[in-house]
Design a protein around this ligand. Sequence first.
Ligand SMILES: *Cc1c(COP(=O)(O)O)cnc(C)c1O
Length: 631
Amino acid sequence: MPNPSFDTNDAAELYSIRAWGAGYFDVNTKGQLTVSTDQTQAVALDEIVQDLVAQGHNLPIILRFPQLLEDRLDRVNTCFQTAIKESGFQGNYQGVYPIKVNQRRMIVETIAEYGAKYRTGLEAGSKAELALILVQDIHEEALICCNGFKDDDFVRMALWGRKLGKNVVITLEKYSELDRVLRISEELEVKPAIGVRFKLHAKGSGQWESSGGDDAKFGLTATELISVATRLQNLGLSESLLMLHCHVGSQLTDIRKIRQAVREAAQTYVELFELGIGLKYLNVGGGLAVDYDGSKTTFTASANYGLQEYANTVVWTVLESCNEYEAPHPIIVTESGRALTAHHAVVIMPVIDALGPTQAPLELPPLAGDVHSLVKDLQELENDITVKTYRESYNEAVSVKDTMHNLFDLGYLSLLERAHIENLYNRILLKVARVVQDVDYVPEEFENLPKLLADKYVCNFSLFQSLPDHWAIGQLFPIVPIGRLNEEPKRQATLVDVSCDSDGKITKFIDLRDVKATLPVHDLREGEAYHLGIFLTGAYQDVLGNAHNLFGRVNEAHIRLTDKGYKLELFVPGQKARRVIENMGYETSDLHKWLLETIAESDIKLPKGQLKEFIKLYDAELVGYTYLEQM
Ligand SMILES: *Cc1c(COP(=O)(O)O)cnc(C)c1O
């Protein structure tokens, strides 16, 4: 039944769309979830998905919007330029994108190319990442930062980059790396550009706070920092020391912690200046948070500050330290990854089934003969649930269900009786839930009721591939139906994926005040697709995702928004079964050969035609999509 008092604004509020949407996501009057930037009109995700399906592409699919990456670059750089102008800071700002956050080609190339006008650099944490970065077309003054532990070849590659005129800076993560860098730069006859990661005392806050603090994995102590500086001075290489680097963690939720860390970094920078070491760059690392739940709090899924406040905090804090010591103003570098990439990607997954107590029960044969007293008890309970009695009825029903299980195990109840009791119990829960909706004060024991009654919506996707951080560390992401948002969602559901792992489920959802145990969803309609979007998945999920159960990479569509609507720039097919199987050490040609052998060895003789059909199916599966296709 349409509820005339529920409109698209209610839907936007229910799912906090405008709170986490950062101006990119909204709802149109038709109840469709839309995407837009300041420069483009809104396009309904639903329509993009329908078009893709009509073109024969399968779901799940990742929609990527390069313009959202570009807009993030614009916003971050504009905020820093504003802070610099308003504070009178004499230095400059240059961002560096750490590609470990998402190395997918479209992301790195978009940031490199579009970011050129801001001298956006790239950061490598491994040889493979550096190999990717060295061939990107970035501004000549853009930084290439080499972080992470290094071997000789990593350093060699970095120094070759320097020889080729690129602004490659090698960050020392531990003291012994200095010897390596000095030895190899002599070997290659090139002056190194060196950064030092300093172990800040300050810690971040939130899920990744252990990246900072005294027990952090990376970084040099004050003693080591001074030793590096004096050794370079003694070698006449003090000009090679260009950057002070620190990084106290990702998704820093509290601006006060950021101020504290930047203060310590800036203080270290000016102290080095006092020692006669003038650094060009002060790199305050990543950590700029994304407000996944829209609550603007210090909760792990949120942040109590925005982009401008972040930029102001960094710039003003550096400025104050510098001015106190009359030190020159450095180029401020940040390594934001999450904040640049999270918004650009949306995972679209179809709901393919609903399981659970609120689904219409199946017809049961009636109980013959004497009806068991437990069944009678529940029938009576069901008939007199009222506002006055629902508590007793509920507790009684729970106790009857427990007794039922005991009696069943002992052989005193038949399977049919058990089935009847299950059905009655479900009906009682539903009735109690309806009564509880109308009472002012809900007793504690009923807080779990919505969860007990929630449907399980089966979604055609793998949590392990598409949302690994939810599985691994319980990170929350906004999840919203992309259509029917002009219709009140009357059901509550948890989500389960199609992997065979019981962990493949989502039972925690964003909320402005809390974490919700269920997601409001609509009824599934026969013959009509129902799609959920998982938003803000562009950071870390792509590379951390794995092929659990051999569900591989999903299809991708790169979408450019235009004045007329949108353009499909590129379709990137997801992994075929073959690819994930080959990753496990098999050759597809062997599989085919082994299949023929298996058939030959089989004692059961089937007609040739039938076997051909099976071989065709088998081979087709190897080049098929790994997700469910005929639903
Ligand atoms: C991972 C990482 C980053 C990126 O952090 P975000 O929170 O994604 O901005 C930046 N710097 C270093 C050294 C990192 O390891």
